[in-house]
Design a protein around this ligand. Structure first.
Ligand SMILES: Cc1cc2nc3c(=O)[nH]c(=O)nc-3n(C[C@H](O)[C@H](O)[C@H](O)COP(=O)(O)O)c2cc1C
Length: 370
């Protein structure tokens, strides 16, 4: 811990994303507030605040068996950039006050890092100044401001007939069916956006909920996979190599805490197929060109093909579990047992669904403005 980090970047934390708009997220889990600043939004955009609030409610803690019992209303307060629900051209900043903090739960974590959380790496990087309470700046709570920015981008994309929705495709060992990669449509989206537990197959959803409550009962946690689709994107958006749509999406999706994998179209499964099995034949559909199948997930060479953009995001199980775990005391340089108190999500995945939609909306809106 005393290692000399002189010369290494150990103080700068860049929390910004975007090229045409710039989304900057700030705050910590137990600071007075968390929030977001969006630079580069055009003046005159209408934000439907009721719609934005109901989007944020989908991520809010304190709902269902799968969520932490931390009780936060998560209503944003716009402190600049918005006048009577319309952007005025200056930086848009919104904050959410943290109300239900219990910082004493984290006293021991300062010295004994939680396995698979960021306590250890943050302590190495930021030293004793790191705000460990509630996971500090590494907390899933920071996805609330992500959802404010994403909720606004979703509304703007909707004006352009571009729609985004996601569902839980896997929790632990339980699986939902996939989106139809060729024909996923707005009807599926409407049902998912208003569902309390967004799955395509209700029976699969019930099995997932049971698996979460069993894990919770056992003091354990579960991970899972979210599948997301973007429809209405015209062909020809994006750039090759480093500025591709895959790069943009992956870049922001990996910003969501606990994301450990992102795959597009057939993803890792395509590695086991022959070209003749994986290739998507071109076909004429009316006056446009489409593909018969969509193993490419709507992106070829980093550029949209006009087919639905489909990707899946893997979340690891929540690191903070109630079971006793092995860790170390940093001050005593000694192996110790750790029992975590505090309130945690037994499964992050249900609350992360709007976070994935929000992240995708920010990335796509940013590219569309280019
Ligand atoms: C919506 C959401 C809620 C989360 N809730 C918790 C939680 O209650 N307890 C916990 O230990 N981790 C939680 N996490 C995950 C941690 O923040 C994350 O695993 C940690 O910061 C380490 O980052 P990494 O997993 O990306 O490496 C949550 C993540 C998200 C997206």
């Amino acid at each position: 811990l005393e290692r000399n980090l002189e010369g290494m970047a150990h103080t700068i934390m860049s929390n910004s994303f975007g090229k045409n708009i710039k989304v900057t997220i700030f705050g910590q889990s137990h600071s007075p507030a968390i929030g977001v600043t969006i630079d580069g939004l055009h003046a005159g955009l209408s934000v439907d605040l009721a719609e934005l609030n109901s989007f944020l409610q989908r991520r809010k803690p304190g709902q269902g068996e799968y969520s932490t019992t931390r009780n936060e209303p998560d209503i944003p307060e716009f402190i600049s950039g918005l006048v009577d629900g319309v952007t005025c051209g200056s930086s848009l900043t919104a904050i959410i006050h943290n109300k239900d903090t219990r910082s004493s739960d984290y006293d021991q974590i300062q010295d004994i890092p939680r396995p698979s959380h960021a306590d250890y790496t943050a302590r190495i990087k930021f030293g004793e100044n790191h705000d460990v309470r509630g996971g500090g700046a590494f907390s899933g709570r920071l996805t609330a401001p992500l959802c404010i920015a994403g909720g606004i981008c979703l509304q703007e994309l909707k004006q352009k007939e571009i729609f985004i929705a996601a569902h839980i495709i896997q929790i632990g060992k339980e699986n939902d069916r996939n989106f139809d990669p060729v024909d996923v449509n707005k009807k599926d989206f409407e049902a998912l956006n208003s569902a309390e537990f967004p799955v395509l197959d209700k029976d699969a959803g019930n099995k997932m909920l049971k698996a979460i409550s069993e894990a919770k009962e056992a003091g354990d946690s579960l991970g899972g996979v979210i599948e997301c689709a973007v429809i209405g994107l015209p062909a020809g958006i994006g750039d090759p190599m480093f500025e591709g749509i895959e790069n943009k999406l992956a870049g922001i999706l990996f910003g969501i805490p606990a994301v450990k994998g992102v795959e597009f179209g057939n993803g890792f499964a395509s590695a086991g197929l022959k070209g003749s099995e994986n290739n998507d034949a071109f076909i004429i559909k009316g006056d446009t060109i489409k593909t018969r199948t969509n193993n490419h997930g709507g992106i070829l060479g980093g550029i949209t093909s006009g087919m639905p953009v489909i990707f899946r995001v893997a979340f690891k199980p929540t690191p903070s579990i109630a079971l006793e775990q092995d860790s170390v005391s940093l001050s005593k340089h000694k192996e110790v047992k750790l029992v975590i108190s505090g309130r945690h999500d037994p499964c992050i995945v249900p609350r992360a669904v709007p976070c994935v939609e929000a992240a995708a909306a920010i990335a796509i809106y940013d590219v569309m403005l280019g």
